[in-house]
Design a protein around this ligand. Structure first.
Ligand code: ADP
Ligand code: MG
Length: 433
């Protein structure tokens, strides 16, 4: 096998070494990254992610250990070689963007090229190309403060790409972005990896941003706890692959439901917590464990094999999940009924579902709104309208013949509804029932 593009050997780094304020920020780090890999370091705040990135980038220096870049120890680099490595070997995307406020967007991107003595004309052309690729060419003559966070981050990425480095490191590149911009940045990192073949090293403390990484390194207290390659898409997937081969193909529907619901209910929790929750939710959905067992797992401490939720949250989520299971039963009845009689009005079932969707809504709704609500529930159950259309009607104003809920309320209700119906609309999802 070819030699790794980056190899870290027994790396140890202390801040304020020998002082009372001493911090041992990197502890015996050993790892290799191959050319073209997409690697993510994942861990809580303060675990040493930024320090590690800066060390790899030649910005910070470890007191012990070695860093090999293409097989060469960077502590043996001359000053000039180190400068070249930092200018063309590696591109850094910073969490705080680190743009220079007094320079235009164009000049921010062109600056790293100026250090290499590239002519102004060529710099401008190259920088405009990069800005174009990131969809922000129109902002070339603006200053950073005139741009939104998402646009600034894209300028930061363009700048990191300026000298065409084979390695891109990104420190929490999504930390300051809204979900739309975060999505764009993730897509772009993926493209840089897959289309350009660049090596990507990303650092994050948010589980959801790991989705495109091919290898995940879990960090804690300055150490790499473990490395996970070719991770299964979900724990449920791993479980079903290894243990439930014999079960019906309906299983994949529960996997999808368990995954979606885990991410929804445990938003903001770590990847490990979400995965474990997903595993137990899957067990509960497939009726392998009962409601009590599931509830007990929720507030059992994490180190004892539970999820470690605090009591009230555990109770709330436990109840929510049982309600979903009950409502899924209702939907199951709906499909059975529709099979017998496609024209069935489904009045009772629809009424039940509407009340369930309105459970957390404390406003009043009129008779007309009720009728409309029932109508779209019926249409959604019969797959006449999509989930998006359902949500749209909920949030459209009454003047536009919608139901007139706020955008957030509509979104929550729609998410709730989608969690009990199947995406393909015609089969029940609870297996073994
Ligand atoms: P992360 O990026 O994972 O949040 P950092 O690498 O920033 O973590 O920090 C790792 C540890 O080193 C933390 O305990 C932090 O307080 C400490 N640390 C980081 N930078 C410095 C510094 N310049 N001086 C002293 N301690 C630092
Ligand atoms: Mg950091």
């Amino acid at each position: 096998m070819a030699q790794p593009i980056i190899k870290l050997e027994n790396l140890n780094l202390w801040y304020d070494k020998g002082k009372p304020s001493e911090v041992w920020a990197l502890k015996n780090i050993n790892m290799e990254i191959n050319k073209g890999e997409y690697v993510a370091f994942f861990g809580p705040s303060g675990c040493g992610k930024t320090t590690l990135l800066y060390t790899i980038s030649g910005i910070d220096q470890a007191q012990e250990g070695k860093i090999f870049i293409n097989g060469r120890d960077i502590s043996n680099f001359s000053k000039k070689e180190l400068a070249i490595y930092r200018q063309v070997g590696i591109g850094i995307v910073f969490q705080q963007f680190n743009l220079i406020p007094s320079l235009t967007v164009l000049n921010n991107v062109a600056l790293p090229m100026a250090f290499l003595g590239i002519s102004q004309e060529k710099r401008t052309i190259e920088a405009l190309n990069l800005l174009d690729r990131l969809g922000i060419k129109d902002f070339a003559e603006r200053y950073p403060y005139e741009l939104s966070g998402g646009q600034q981050q894209r300028v930061g990425i363009a700048r990191a790409l300026a000298n065409n480095p084979p390695i891109i490191v990104a420190d929490e590149p999504l930390g300051n972005l809204d979900s739309v911009n975060a999505e764009k940045v993730l897509e772009f990192l993926k493209e840089l990896n897959e289309k350009d073949g660049r090596t990507i090293i990303m650092v994050t403390h948010e589980a959801w941003s790991l989705r495109d990484a091919k290898k995940i390194l879990y960090m804690k207290d300055g150490q790499i706890l473990k490395s996970e390659e070719s991770k299964p898409r979900t724990v449920a997937e791993a479980v079903s692959k290894h243990f439930y081969k014999e079960l019906s193909p309906q299983l994949s529907q529960i996997e999808i439901a368990a995954q979606a619901l885990s991410n929804l209910l445990l938003r903001g929790y770590s990847a490990e917590e979400i995965k474990r929750f997903e595993f137990f939710l899957f067990q509960r959905f497939s009726d392998k464990i009962d409601a009590d067992t599931f509830r007990r797992v929720l507030d059992r401490p994490y180190q004892d094999g539970g999820i470690g939720l605090w009591k009230q949250k555990a109770a709330k989520i436990g109840q929510y999940v049982e309600e979903i299971i009950a409502e899924r039963k209702t939907v199951e009845d709906v499909y059975k009924e529709l099979e017998k009689n496609p024209e069935s009005p489904l009045a009772d079932e629809i009424e039940k579902i509407r009340l369930w969707l309105l459970q957390e809504y404390h406003g009043k709704i009129s008779e007309l709104q009720k009728i409309q609500f029932n109508e779209i529930i019926s249409e959604r159950l019969r797959s006449i309208i999509s989930g998006e259309q359902f949500e749209k009607v909920l949030s459209l104003s009454k003047a536009k013949f919608g139901i007139g809920f706020s955008f957030r309320t509509a979104q929550r209700m729609s998410e709730k509804f989608e969690s009990i119906i199947n995406k393909n609309g015609n089969q029940i999802a609870i297996a073994n029932k």
